[in-house]
Write a protein of this length. Structure first.
Lengths: 261, 192
């Protein structure tokens, strides 16, 4: 059978491929199962390379997010905004509308909130009413337990008793524009996205869901787009180390008739 | 000099960044004479229609904008504010384009967020573009199709992805965030 010709005039919204850059002290790092960090390069250079390769959007997560390195981050965001012509999200340590103001002033298109929103959910509505829902990505780290999928905070270190589905729905009500859903069971394993919780959340909310955690092969992206209503898929290390070049991944997904830019 | 209109809506910096990547100098301003004397004017925006219109009216910017005769480009909320009326906050807008802005029905995910395809291109900002190219959208409200439609896109239903009337241009998508495809559109506008 010849390679399926991709019909370019598909009048539909495309599924997004989003490289994520974890930032620590101005450098890109990637942990495996949220620990053991290895240096993966200069974030601005990586970001530019991803844009060239056809990334649809970028996410930068400041995983140290201390007050001391806040100005380093803002400076980095400014550099990124000057260099790239696709949307990007910045997350990590965002606790207030003022934090969002400085990040958007530096050039971020969206911000991602996680632990701070679990602690004080009104933060979501405060950001949405000031900057619009499109500006607020609610990141949820989740782990499957005997009692079901639960929300974790503080980079996956702190368990909560909050049900992931309840939290996702609440976040939508409060004005979240998107949910970035990371399955901690899958993260770093390269065994594929969690189709289970991704589909549960994507079915139940009417805002875009970004699947995250576990991508290790091109097929994993096809699986998540063919089996769930996820709008986007996010991955980090497989893109940093060029294990799966973005162009190749997108070409492959097109052969599966998945709408891709 | 390009004037980028400063008002109470976000996303202004990214337009300025995009222009500087293209080697074009611009100023972000709400000074009326600067805006009137600029070679071109860009009216960007992400925000809420009602409060944005109130802000513009309170400062007489609504009348100013309609009097501009140089090439003028509204982006995203900017496009919506150039229409007659928006369902967002039941807002009377600038009425440069005689068309209404409606909310997407919630039969699919709203907002329409991400890359989607442009069709039925016509008009001066698409001289370097082709049908079938993808651009970046993020919006919950859309301008209906009308005689000023200069590009269409379909999400839930077909809508005006771009509008043009005389010197007034508008795009619902974000050319400044649409990679090379967006840069071509901005370049065409700059060359008008």
């Amino acid at each position: 059978m010849p390679e399926i010709a991709y019909i370019k005039n598909n009048k539909v919204l495309k599924k997004r491929i989003i490289p994520c850059l974890d930032i620590k002290n101005g450098r890109t790092v990637k942990g495996i199962n949220f620990v053991s960090l290895t240096d993966a390069g200069d974030p601005v250079e990586l970001a530019k390379a991803y844009v060239q390769q056809g990334a649809d959007e970028l996410v930068f997560l400041d995983i140290t997010a201390t007050i001391e390195n806040r100005s380093t981050l803002l400076h980095l965001v400014e550099k990124i905004a000057n260099e790239i012509n696709i949307p990007f999200t910045v997350g990590g340590g965002i606790n207030s509308v003022e934090d969002v103001y400085s990040l958007t002033q530096a050039g971020a298109d969206k911000v991602s909130v996680n632990s701070s929103a679990v602690k004080r959910p009104e933060l979501i509505s405060e950001i949405a009413s000031r900057f619009g829902s499109q500006c607020v990505v609610v990141a949820i780290d989740t782990k499957k337990e005997k009692t079901g999928w639960k929300v974790y905070t503080h980079g996956g270190r702190t368990p909560t008793i909050i049900s992931t589905l309840d939290w996702a729905k609440r976040a939508e009500e409060l004005g979240a524009g998107e949910i970035l859903l990371t399955s901690m069971n899958n993260d770093g394993t390269k065994s594929g996205f969690s189709l289970d919780i991704t589909q549960t959340i994507a079915e139940e909310v009417n805002i875009p869901v970004i699947a995250s955690g576990g991508a290790g092969a091109k097929e994993h992206f096809a699986d998540v787009f063919l089996n769930t209503k996820a709008s986007a898929a996010l991955a980090a290390s497989i893109f940093h180390f060029d294990e799966i070049p973005i162009q190749e991944l997108k070409k492959y997904l097109k052969t599966k008739n998945i709408p891709i830019r | 000099m390009i004037a980028i209109i400063k008002y109470n809506a976000g996303n202004i910096k990214s337009v300025q960044n995009a222009l500087s990547r293209l080697g074009v100098e611009s100023m972000v301003t709400d000074n009326k004479s600067d805006i009137l004397n600029a070679d071109k004017v860009i009216f960007p925006g992400v925000g809420e229609a009602g409060s944005a219109m109130t802000y513009l009216q309170d400062r007489g910017m609504d009348i100013l904008i309609k009097s501009i005769t140089r090439p003028f480009l509204g982006i995203c909320l900017g496009q919506q504010l150039m229409c007659s009326h928006s369902e967002e906050g039941d807002t009377n807008c600038l009425n440069i384009f005689n068309v209404n802005v409606r909310k997407f029905p919630s039969t699919d995910i709203v907002p329409h967020m991400g890359w989607n395809t442009l069709y039925d291109l016509k008009g001066d900002i698409f001289t370097k573009s082709e049908n079938n190219e993808d651009v970046y959208f993020v919006h919950s409200y859309y301008a209906e199709l009308c005689e000023n439609t200069s590009a269409t896109c379909t999400y839930i239903l077909p809508f005006s992805a771009a509008l043009q009337k005389d010197n007034f241009f508008a795009t619902q998508f974000h050319p400044e965030k649409s990679a090379d495809v967006g840069d071509k559109i901005l370049k065409s506008f700059m060359e008008l």
